[in-house]
Design a protein around this ligand. Structure first.
Ligand code: PMP
Length: 463
């Protein structure tokens, strides 16, 4: 709530800035979709995520119900964002805060919570929720053992979906002037989709509410069959579950669409590069699903996708090339030739080459010193041929005098040239059709070479 003192506009605390996040159109990433796609950009919340909404709502509800009193402790199991929302509220209202989370969360998320004075307890990711070691069990134990402690329990707390029914849903409705036809959101606790979906359906029962679920989670199968299946681990954080959260109202969800780590995480990177929307993996996943949906629609429809949080917390994960490569998640079509040249593991001078007219001795020295297989031959800065180590050795052994003669006598056809902004697939195609290497042109001049060895190293993630 904004206050005004003699024309001075301000918020009494940071909590007044929660909600009322903007809608931003997906342009480049949604190119080719007949229906417009708008993103509800939740990183505009002061804690950087949609969870600020429920942090505030759950604490206010607990205060109203007498479950939280001055000096009390807020306990929650959270993969970070809910903790952040609660940490803001705890700091402003003077509560203690303890957060229990799985050890797969990024180090950035843990540091962030500690910055607000909260305590963080990590538990193993790969244990069943009912195990005493799980972060759910640890949170329950702490809440029952500490006096004045209250477990907010976003998975069961009715104030979670209620916050979205009261804020997110009405914002979506009024910002779109009631024109929203499809709402897409990832599902963790299910609070966002249930609360906002419920509100939208009340205003217009024809609004389609679509859940995005990572492959490995059990929510899609549960929605479709009512059966509880076996969960598998996946990399996208904050969404998908291995149990059915009570906060999810499956009756407002029309459809659940599954998304792989690869599709969701590569979309996360595209959102930053192409639309300058720097978000976490669950946002990329939801956007990927929204685009799948929008491709089947017409310009009369209006798709809104909720992007839950900022990419800041995943700099060492989805937004790190090395992490994506190590997890074999990089989408070749999203990788440019220049990315691979810039990441070459071998410490060689940029491009080893010889000039037309130089003696074969020069090429022999390069082979010897740098252990390379092929050497491009240049004339006036343009590639005109290639020398291969086997040919050089054969020649020099047969005729030692040849080393003083100009290289062009032994050169083969020049290597193909690709531009550094072309997708890396172009290189793999050329290498597959028997070219041992390709040259890379950037800004007009040839600046690098990519060999089969370089490509294998890049794909294998070796350093
Ligand atoms: N994305 C992220 C990063 C989250 O932390 C969460 C909450 N677990 C969600 C999406 C899903 O939101 P909800 O819990 O409201 O379903």
């Amino acid at each position: 709530m904004t206050r005004s003192l003699d024309g001075v506009e301000y918020h009494e605390t940071i909590l007044g800035t929660v909600g009322n996040t903007p809608l931003v159109r997906l342009r480049a990433t949604a190119r080719g979709c007949p229906a417009p796609v708008l993103a509800k950009v939740e990183f505009f919340n002061p804690g950087g995520s949609v969870k600020d909404r429920i942090g505030l709502a759950m604490v206010e509800a607990a205060e109203r119900e007498g479950k939280l009193r001055p000096g009390g402790t807020i306990v929650e199991c959270t993969s970070g964002n809910t903790g952040m929302g609660l940490a803001l509220v705890a700091a402003v209202k003077g509560y203690h805060a303890v957060f229990c989370m799985p050890d797969k969360v990024s180090a950035e998320k843990v540091s962030l919570l500690k910055a607000f004075g909260a305590q963080v307890v990590l538990s193993p990711t790969a244990v069943a929720p009912e195990s005493p070691e799980s972060y759910y069990s640890v949170a329950r134990r702490i809440a029952s053992e500490r006096s004045g402690a209250f477990l907010t329990d976003q998975y069961r707390n009715a104030a979670n979906p209620q916050a979205h029914y009261e804020t997110t849903g009405p914002e979506l409705w009024s910002q779109t002037g009631g024109k929203i036809t499809h709402f897409v959101a990832g599902m963790g606790t299910g609070g966002t989709i249930s609360g906002a979906g419920h509100y939208l359906k009340e205003r217009n029962p024809d609004v389609r509410v679509i859940g995005a679920d990572p492959v490995g989670s059990i929510l899609k199968a549960y929605h479709e069959t009512g059966q509880i299946t076996e969960a598998h681990t996946y990399k996208i954080e904050g969404v998908g579950e291995d149990f059915i959260p009570a906060a999810t109202d499956f009756s407002v969800i029309d459809q659940v669409i599954a998304c792989t780590d690869r599709n969701g995480l590569n979309m996360t990177r595209r959102l930053a590069r192409e639309d300058a929307l720097f978000v976490g993996g669950s946002g990329g996943m939801a956007a990927w699903v929204a685009l799948e949906v929008a491709r089947q629609l017409t310009p009369d429809h209006l798709v809104v996708v909720l992007l839950p949080d900022t990419g800041d917390r995943y700099l060492s994960k989805v937004h790190s090339d090395a992490w994506m490569r190590d997890n074999h998640l990089l989408d070749p079509s999203a990788t440019r030739v220049g990315d691979v040249v810039g990441n070459k593991a071998r410490a060689l001078p940029t491009l080893l080459s010889v000039e037309v007219g130089q003696p074969l001795r020069r090429a022999l020295t390069l082979v010897e010193q740098h252990n390379i297989t092929q050497i491009p031959v240049f004339k006036d800065r343009e590639p005109v041929g290639t020398l291969y180590d086997s040919e050089i050795l054969k020649t020099v052994i047969a005729d030692p005098g040849a080393i003083e003669r100009p290289v062009e006598q032994w050169m083969d056809a020049p290597l193909p040239v690709v531009r550094s902004d072309e997708p890396i697939e172009r290189v793999t195609q050329l290498l597959a059709s028997r070219n041992p290497a390709v040259l890379v042109r950037d800004d007009g001049s040839v600046v690098g070479i990519l060999t089969r060895f370089d490509m294998l190293q890049f794909i294998a993630g070796g350093e």
